[in-house]
Design a protein around this ligand. Structure first.
Ligand SMILES: Nc1ncnc2c1ncn2[C@@H]1O[C@H](COP(=O)(O)OP(=O)(O)O)[C@@H](O)[C@H]1O
Ligand SMILES: [Mg+2]
Length: 345
């Protein structure tokens, strides 16, 4: 028995020391709301010595605006039997001796003691956590701004190239060369529009393709305006969002195929319709189709062997997307591309 008693004293002492040294602030409060005990970290956290606080109402540790309501809460805590966090969902503050406030998280534990029921509150000082959260938030905001700025500059640079090609086209009397320059101009512009769509959107990782098509297609009809007065363009973009590494090749493909439809599909001011349809289907696949009800691809044109730049580009970009391209030559002329949405980026 003697041995047990000694052990018990040892344990109490040990627990007492642990209470003092544990690296969280702890304050014990009795039924009347008086502080009966606190540990070392509670002293340094609030800036008081133990003797200054023992016997004081616990309300000295909270900002005065919260004091009136506090005794009511205290009665509630005493009635509980389980530990729980205090003020769930609210931002809690502690008040130091020097009058400064700091954000806290508090756990409430009802305890039965020889001196009656008490509340052991465990107090975490969140000042540092909040500060580093703010630092991370600020850094993130800066990165966002920077990214927006970069997209903006890339777009501007591409626009400069666009204008240079324009100037060159104006200086040339060779109509074949002018056509080539105009095609390249449109390619540059479709890339520039991708960057524009990105910096105008909330999410820099995703290009809203509907928005992009809404910008690109009217400009293409303008560029091939004299050829396509009678041609209507229909866009069906079913809320498709692409990461930039796929948006650029996909945007260029649309640029090539719609240009072709406008340029080659409707000779002699024939009327008709070009339809661009893009959708996401089961399994993260993207299906893009560009069709026109024009005259169709000439029978004597061998699509596998053509050395014209437009279709070569389309093939190259399809490979880049690891996609598959199917072509229906007429009634309607349709290019259908299928590729896997890159969900990793
Ligand atoms: N939608 C279309 N309708 C009719 N012909 C087309 C269509 N798309 C492509 N073609 C034919 O395929 C050829 C190759 O196209 P492309 O490689 O883009 O070269 P380019 O547009 O410079 O002529 C075109 O010259 C045209 O004869
Ligand atoms: Mg072409």
């Amino acid at each position: 028995m003697r041995c047990m008693a000694e052990q018990r004293i040892g344990l109490n002492e040990y627990l007492g020391q642990a209470f003092d040294r544990i690296p969280v602030a702890m304050v014990v409060v009795n039924q009347k709301g008086e502080i009966t005990r606190l540990n070392q970290l509670a002293e340094t956290t609030f800036g008081y010595t133990s003797s200054e606080l023992i016997g004081q109402q616990v309300e000295v540790l909270i900002p005065s605006r919260y004091r009136p309501a506090h005794p009511g809460y205290r009665q509630g805590f005493l009635a509980e039997t389980n530990a729980r966090p205090m003020g769930a969902g609210r931002d809690l503050s502690g008040l130091r001796k020097d009058g400064s406030e700091f954000p806290v998280e508090i756990g409430i534990n009802p305890v039965q003691t020889g001196e009656g029921p008490m509340i052991l509150s465990v107090i975490l000082d969140l000042s540092e956590r909040k500060q580093s959260e703010k630092r991370i938030q600020d850094a993130l905001q800066q990165k966002d701004l920077l990214l927006r700025e970069v997209h903006h500059r890339v777009k501007n640079n591409l626009q400069v190239i666009h204008s240079l090609l324009d100037l060159q086209a104006l200086k040339s009397k060779d109509s074949e060369l002018v056509d080539m320059l105009r095609d390249s101009q449109n390619r540059v512009r479709s890339m520039s529009l991708i960057h524009q769509t990105l910096y105008q959107s909330q999410n820099f990782a995703q290009v809203d393709f509907q928005r992009f098509l809404g910008e690109l297609l009217p400009r293409l009809t303008e560029a091939y305006g004299s050829l396509s007065n009678q041609v209507r363009i229909v866009i069906n973009a079913h809320d498709v969002k692409l990461p930039i590494n796929e948006a650029i090749p996909c945007g260029l493909i649309v640029n090539e195929l719609v240009s072709n439809a406008l340029k080659h599909g409707f000779p002699a001011h024939q009327a008709g319709q070009v339809e661009v349809d893009i959708r996401e289907v089961e399994g993260n696949w993207i299906e893009l189709s560009i069709s026109d009800d024009g005259q169709g691809i000439p029978d004597d044109l061998d699509l596998a062997r053509t050395d014209s730049l437009g279709l070569q580009l389309v093939n190259l970009l399809t490979q880049q997307l690891h996609g598959q391209l199917e072509i229906q030559r007429a009634k309607p002329t349709r290019f259908s591309l299928r590729f896997q949405l890159d969900t990793a980026s």
